[in-house]
Design a binder for this molecule. Sequence first.
Ligand SMILES: [Zn+2]
Length: 84
Amino acid sequence: MKSLQIQIKCPNCNKYCELESETLGHTLNMNDFYQNGFTIGNPEIEVDGDLEEITDIDDVETTLKSVRIECQECGNYIELEDWT
Ligand SMILES: [Zn+2]
């Protein structure tokens, strides 16, 4: 079975890419986006708790807040939010 495909289109400059896993697995490398004209930004991660009081790393709770996909051609972007 082939993997899902991801299509990204910038309506501003019409940059377009279509990605699918090239391996037998179902994984995509973030670099594949970059090579096709779109940049995946560093994920914004929220850290919960008072870090000065935490002594055990397991007590740190993190939540993925958003990931940005940006068009390298014109800088247009979309934020993927609500990862809960
Ligand atoms: Zn664009």
